[in-house]
Design a protein around this ligand. Structure first.
Ligand code: ARG
Ligand code: ZN
Length: 879
C-alpha cells in the first residue's frame, strides 16, 4: 500500500533512466480474480544513464509469481520484490531479457487504474501510472518500447479481445479458451498500453487515408447499444479527415478501435490504436442524449484521436510536460469543433468553461502553473489549468506569431520531435525557429501561475482626435509564487462608435495596428491611436485573445453600444454578460444591506431587441444564459454569501423574464420545430434558444411558463427538449415538478446514463431540502458509489454546481461531502480527490462558512491512512 507520505517529485530532479526497455512482449491470461501477466522485457543499459546502477522497476499492488533473467532463475539475493517494486541489485552491463510473471485481481480493482472490470468487461487504464499495476516496469513516459500483446481468455466470457496496434493472429485453444495477438510497431510509453476483453457489440467503418492506407474503424459498446454508437463513428471519421487537412496528420495503423466502458475515472484515453472511453462520451441517440452530449462526444472523440500525433507519436518526457500533449490537443479539438460548428459560439462556450473551472482553480489554494514544477500525486494535475489554460497558451502563441508561422512551427515540431519524448522547451524551439521570434518571455506562461488582470484607462482628445489607452497588468500571488512578473499578453482590439463600424487603427508613429493586435508585455504600457473621428468605445480583448481578467471602466451606454454594434461576436456577448454581472453584483450588495434589488431596463430591452432581430440562435442563447452563481461569486471574490448570490440572480432572471416576457413567448413559439431530430449545430442552436426563452419566461412568470414546460416535457421527441423542460420545472417547487421528475425516473429506470441527468438535475435544485433529496437518491437502486458517473452526477453536481446548497450556512453540505470523500477514498482515491476539489474556493467565503469548510477539511486531513490523492488535495487546500 502506498501511504500518505508520498515524497514530492520535482521537475529539476529529472534525469534519464539508467536502463532502456526496447521491446515488451506480454502474455495476458485473463481471469476474473487471478489474471496472470507474463512480461518479457528486452532491456539494455542507457548510454545516458549511470553505468552499473540497480534496476528499479515500479509496481503497485502487484503479486510477483516468478522472475528470470535471460531464461534462468535469479539467485534469491539478486533481487528484491514487493507489491510496489522489483529491484535487480546488479543487472548485467549489457542487453538482457527479463521475464516477469505477475498475478492481479481485476474484479477487486476498484481504483479503475491498471487492469479492471467494468460490467464484466476487462479493460485497462494506464495513464498516468497504471501500467505498474499490471507488471513491474520503468513506468515513466520517456521509456518507449515496441509492444506485442497476446491476450488469452475464456471465449464465452470474452469473445472480443483487443490490443494496441495491428491484429496479427487469433485462434481457438482447448477448454473453450481462445487468444489474440496484437502488435504495435510504434515505440510508445507504457501509459499508452491497453487491452480489452469482453462481450461487446461493434459498429464498424472504414477510411482510406490521404496516402491510400486503408484503416478499419470499430466502435465497441455494450451489446444491444450498437444503435447509439453511430454518431461517435461519424465524429471519428470527420476527425481523421480534419486532422489530415488542418494539421497534415495521417493515421498510422491498419486498425483504429474505440471501446466504451461504463466505469471510467475520466473522460477517455488515447491508448495507441485502442482508445477507451467513458461510455457517456460514446453513446448517443436522440431520445437519450442532449445536443450538449452530441457536441461533447464529437469533441472528445476528436481529442483522443488527435492525441495520436500530439501525445503518442510525440509524447512527454515526464509528467511535468503533461500540457505538451493536453494543452495542444485541447487546442486542436477546439479548432475542430469550431470548424464543424460555429466558431464564435464555440469560443464563448470555451471561455465560459475556462472561467468557471480554470479561473476558479487559479485563484485558490490549488493554483499551479500550466507546467507545474512539483507534484505529490500526478493524477491531481489533470486539471483545467493544464488542459484549458494550456490550450489558451497555444492559442496566444498562434495569435502572436501569426497563422503561417504557427503552421510552420507545427510542421517542424511533427518533423523534428516525431518518435521522441519531448519537453515544452523542444516545442517552443520549433516556433521560435519558424517565426524568427524570441519566445523566452512568452514561455513564462508555462511557469507562472495565477490569472493576470489587465486594467485599462482610456482618454479621448476631441481636438487632436487621438485616443490614448493605458494598460497595466498584475498577477495575484499563488501558492509558492509570491512575486509575479509581467507576461506577454496579446490584446486584440477595435473601436466601435455609437453610429456604426470602427475606424482603422493608426498609431502615433503612423503605422496601422495589424489585425488590431497590441502586445502588452510590460507591467504598464500605453497605446495612442490617431485620426479617431469621434469618441469611440474601445472593444478590447476581442475573441478573448488572452486568458486574463479585463478591468475596463465602461458605462451602461457603452456596454450597450458594444452589445449592439461590435463586429466581434465574442465581445458582443461579453458586453451583455458584463452588464448582467454588474446588475447582479449590485443586487447582492443591496440584499446584504437588507434592501430590495433594483434593475434598470437597459439589459432586458437590449435582449428583447436581439431576440427580435437575430437568426444566430446559438449565439442568442449564449447571451440569454446569464452569468452563473459561481461566476458572480468569483466576481465578488471575497466574503461570499452564496444565498445572496442565489437571490440576486433569481431576481434578475425574474425581472428580465417579466420585462421581455412577450418577446420571449414569441421566440418560444416561433422556434418550434417539426420534422425529425438532427444533432447538427443549426438545429441545436434553435433548440437552445427556444429552451433559453422558456427558461427566462418561466423565471419571470411561472404561471405562464410552467404549463408550457409541462407540455414540452410530455411531447418532446428528443432528450434536449425533454430535459430542457424538466430542468425548468425543477427550478419551481410544486406538484408539476415532482410529477415530471417521477415520470422521467420511471421511464428511464433502465438507462443509467439518462438517470445521471436526472440525478444531476435534482442535486442542483437550489433549495434547503436538496441535501436530503440527494441522500435519498443515494438509496435509489440505480445509484452506486462504485460507479464514477453516478457519483459525479449526484454527489459531484451537488458539490460543484449547487452553490447555495453545498455552501449551506449550517455546514451540512460540507459535512456530507467530507463523508463521501472519506468513504470513497478507500475504494477510488482518484474520484475522492476530484470531489474534494469542490472546497477549492473555501477561503473566499464569508467567515461563518469559511469556518465550517475548514472544520470539514481538517476532519478529512486528520483521517489515518489517506490516499496520496486525497492527502495531496487536502494538504494544499489547507496550506
Ligand atoms: N489522456 C487522457 C485525456 O485525453 C486523460 C487520462 C487521465 N487519466 C488519469 N487517470 N489521470 O485527456
Ligand atoms: Zn487528452
Amino acid at each position: 500500500m502506498r501511504t500518505d507520505t508520498a515524497a514530492p517529485v520535482r521537475l529539476e530532479d529529472y534525469r534519464p533512466t539508467d536502463y532502456l526497455i526496447d521491446t515488451v512482449s506480454l502474455d495476458v491470461r485473463l481471469h476474473p480474480t487471478a489474471t496472470r501477466i507474463l512480461a518479457e522485457l528486452a532491456i539494455r543499459p542507457n548510454p545516458a544513464g549511470r553505468a552499473g546502477a540497480a534496476l528499479e522497476l515500479d509496481g503497485d499492488e502487484l503479486e510477483l509469481v516468478s522472475v528470470a533473467l535471460d531464461g534462468g532463475a535469479l539467485a534469491p539475493g539478486a533481487y528484491e520484490a514487493s507489491p510496489s517494486g522489483l529491484t535487480l541489485h546488479a543487472p548485467p552491463e549489457r542487453a538482457f531479457r527479463l521475464s516477469i510473471e505477475t498475478r492481479v485481481n481485476p474484479t477487486a480493482n476498484t481504483k479503475l487504474m491498471g487492469l479492471y472490470r467494468s460490467s464484466g468487461v476487462y479493460c485497462t487504464q494506464c495513464e498516468a501510472e497504471g501500467f505498474r499495476r499490471i507488471t513491474y516496469f520503468l513506468d515513466r513516459p520517456d521509456v518507449m518500447a515496441v509492444y506485442t500483446t497476446r491476450i488469452e481468455a475464456e471465449e464465452a466470457e470474452a469473445p472480443v479481445l483487443l490490443g494496441n496496434g495491428d491484429p496479427v493472429e487469433r485462434g481457438a485453444l482447448p477448454n473453450g479458451r481462445h487468444y489474440a495477438v496484437w502488435r504495435d510497431p510504434h515505440p510508445k510509453p507504457c501509459y499508452l498500453f491497453a487491452l480489452v476483453g469482453g462481450k461487446l457489440g461493434r459498429v464498424g467503418g472504414e477510411i482510406v487515408t490521404r496516402s491510400g492506407r486503408k484503416v478499419e474503424l470499430g466502435v465497441y459498446v455494450e451489446p444491444g447499444k450498437e444503435s447509439r454508437a453511430g454518431y461517435a463513428l461519424d465524429a471519428l471519421v470527420r476527425s481523421m479527415r480534419w486532422d489530415e487537412q488542418a494539421f497534415g496528420c495521417e493515421y498510422d495503423l491498419s486498425v483504429f478501435n474505440i471501446v466504451a466502458v461504463s466505469d471510467f475515472n475520466m473522460g477517455a484515453m488515447e491508448n495507441k490504436g485502442l482508445n477507451i472511453f467513458n461510455d457517456k462520451y460514446v453513446l448517443a441517440s436522440p431520445e437519450t442524449a442532449t445536443d450538449a452530449d452530441y457536441a461533447a462526444i464529437e469533441a472528445i472523440i476528436a481529442h483522443e484521436y488527435f492525441h495520436n500525433w500530439t501525445g503518442n507519436r510525440i509524447t512527454c518526457r515526464d509528467w511535468f510536460q503533461l500540457c505538451l500533449k493536453e494543452g495542444l490537443t485541447v487546442f486542436r479539438d477546439q479548432e475542430f469543433s469550431s470548424d464543424e460548428r460555429s466558431r464564435p459560439v464555440k469560443r464563448i462556450a470555451d471561455v465560459r468553461a475556462l472561467r468557471a473551472q480554470q479561473f476558479a482553480e487559479d485563484s485558490g489554494p490549488l493554483a499551479h502553473p500550466v507546467r507545474p514544477s512539483v507534484y505529490r500525486e500526478i493524477n491531481n494535475f489533470y486539471t483545467a489549468t493544464v488542459y484549458e489554460k494550456g490550450a489558451e497558451v497555444i492559442r496566444m502563441l498562434k495569435t502572436l506569431i501569426g497563422p503561417e508561422a504557427f503552421k510552420a512551427g507545427m510542421d517542424l515540431y511533427f518533423h523534428r520531435c516525431d518518435g521522441t519524448a519531448a519537453t515544452i522547451e523542444d516545442f517552443l524551439a520549433c516556433f521560435a525557429e519558424a517565426s524568427g521570434r524570441d519566445l523566452s518571455h512568452f514561455s513564462l506562461w508555462y511557469r507562472q501561475a495565477g490569472t493576470p488582470s489587465v486594467a485599462v484607462r482610456t482618454a479621448y482628445d476631441a481636438e487632436d482626435r487621438t485616443l490614448r489607452l493605458d494598460f497595466a497588468q498584475s498577477t495575484p500571488p499563488t501558492p509558492g509564487q509570491t512575486e509575479k512578473e509581467p507576461v506577454v499578453i496579446p490584446i486584440r482590439l477595435g473601436l466601435v462608435s455609437a453610429q456604426g463600424r470602427g475606424a482603422p487603427l493608426k498609431t502615433a508613429d503612423g503605422r496601422t495596428l495589424e489585425d488590431g493586435l497590441f502586445v502588452l508585455d510590460k507591467t504598464a504600457d500605453s497605446l495612442t491611436l490617431i485620426e479617431v473621428p469621434a469618441d469611440p468605445v474601445p472593444s478590447l480583448l476581442r475573441g478573448f485573445s488572452a486568458p486574463v481578467r479585463l478591468e475596463q471602466e465602461l458605462g451602461p451606454a457603452e456596454l450597450l453600444t458594444l452589445f449592439r454594434r461590435d463586429e466581434d461576436p465574442f465581445n458582443r456577448w461579453q458586453a451583455a454578460q458584463t452588464y448582467a454581472m454588474r446588475l447582479m453584483v449590485r443586487a447582492v450588495e443591496a440584499l446584504r444591506a437588507q434592501q430590495p434589488p433594483e434593475f434598470d431596463q437597459g439589459f432586458a430591452v437590449a435582449l428583447g431587441e436581439l431576440l427580435a432581430a437575430t437568426d444566430d440562435h446559438a449565439f442568442a442563447a449564449q447571451v440569454m444564459a446569464l452569468p452563473s452563481e459561481a461566476d458572480v461569486a468569483r466576481e465578488l471574490g471575497r466574503e461570499i454569501d452564496p444565498d445572496a448570490v442565489l437571490h440576486a440572480r433569481k431576481a434578475l432572471r425574474s425581472f428580465v423574464g417579466q420585462t421581455a416576457g412577450d418577446r420571449l413567448a414569441q421566440t418560444y413559439s416561433r422556434l418550434e420545430t417539426t420534422g425529425p431530430y438532427s444533432p447538427d449545430a443549426a438545429s441545436a442552436g434553435r433548440r437552445s434558444l427556444r429552451n433559453a426563452a422558456l427558461d427566462l419566461l418561466t423565471a419571470g412568470d411561472p404561471g405562464r411558463g410552467i404549463p408550457l414546460a409541462q407540455a414540452q416535457f410530455a411531447s418532446a421527441d428528443n432528450m434536449t427538449d425533454q430535459i430542457g423542460a424538466l430542468a425548468i420545472l425543477a427550478q419551481h417547487p410544486g406538484p408539476a415538478r415532482e410529477e415530471a421528475l417521477a415520470a422521467f425516473g420511471e421511464h428511464f429506470a433502465a438507462d443509467p446514463l439518462v438517470l445521471d441527468k436526472w440525478f444531476g438535475l435534482q442535486a442542483a435544485i437550489p433549495e434547503a431540502a436538496t441535501l436530503d433529496r440527494v441522500r435519498g437518491l443515494m438509496r435509489h437502486p440505480a445509484f452506486s458509489l462504485s460507479n464514477p458517473n453516478r457519483t459525479r452526477a449526484l454527489v459531484g453536481t451537488f458539490a460543484m454546481a449547487n452553490l447555495s446548497q453545498f455552501h449551506r450556512a449550517d455546514g451540512a453540505g460540507y459535512a456530507f461531502l467530507a463523508d463521501m470523500v472519506l468513504q470513497l477514498d478507500g475504494s477510488n482515491p482518484q474520484l475522492a480527490a476530484r470531489l474534494l476539489g469542490a472546497f477549492r474556493t473555501w477561503r473566499s467565503l464569508e467567515q461563518g462558512r469559511r469556518a465550517q469548510a475548514e472544520t470539514q477539511l481538517r476532519r478529512v486531513a486528520a483521517k489515518e491512512g489517506l490516499s496520496p490523492d486525497v492527502s495531496d488535495i487536502v494538504t494544499r487546500s489547507l496550506a
